[in-house]
Design a protein around this ligand. Structure first.
Ligand SMILES: [Zn+2]
Ligand SMILES: [Zn+2]
Length: 158
């Protein structure tokens, strides 16, 4: 009886008995953050907000793995990569968000490519479009947004 009242109180106050699966610290009263990749909930110290996910969260472990794999992705504008042959072609991908800079959207493409098992992106296209927002004073604020598209491929050295 007393135990259940205590549990109820803990629930109301936001107290959590569980530990963060990465650093093993108790969540206590602090917030949990769900990794976009492995879906595991981690503490604020173990969460990252990587550029390739825009506003989503990745846990520290997934972020390290993704960044390492993304470094190996070859990006080209043409349909072939010098010194390599394409052993597999996937369907076209596009950045899942429009970023305010080109690096965000190309990183997002690389991220999608590694998730598919690709190590290259051919026919890379980056498009810039202009958007506007109304400011508090009633004026207009113009800014650029980027969208990237490409074909993920598996490459092998010739
Ligand atoms: Zn942690
Ligand atoms: Zn994760």
């Amino acid at each position: 009886m007393f135990g259940s009242i205590l549990k109820g109180l803990k629930f109301i106050s936001g107290y959590q008995d569980e530990c963060c699966p990465i650093c093993r610290e108790s969540f206590g009263f602090s917030s949990k953050y769900k990794c976009n990749d492995c879906r595991v909930e981690v503490c604020s110290d173990c969460k990252t907000k990587p550029r390739y996910l825009y506003k989503e969260i990745a846990c520290r472990k997934c972020n390290t793995c993704s960044l390492t794999a993304m470094k190996t992705v070859v990006l080209v504008k043409s349909s072939h990569v010098g010194g390599h042959k394409i052993t597999r072609k996937f369907g076209e991908i596009h950045s899942e968000f429009t970023g305010r800079n080109y690096d965000e959207t190309t990183d997002n493409l690389k991220y999608q490519a590694i998730k598919m098992g690709a190590n290259g992106i051919v026919e890379l296209k980056n498009e810039k479009s202009t958007h506007s927002e109304t400011t508090k004073s009633g004026g207009s604020y113009y800014f650029s947004m980027w969208t990237s598209t490409g074909i993920p491929v598996q490459l092998e050295k010739k």
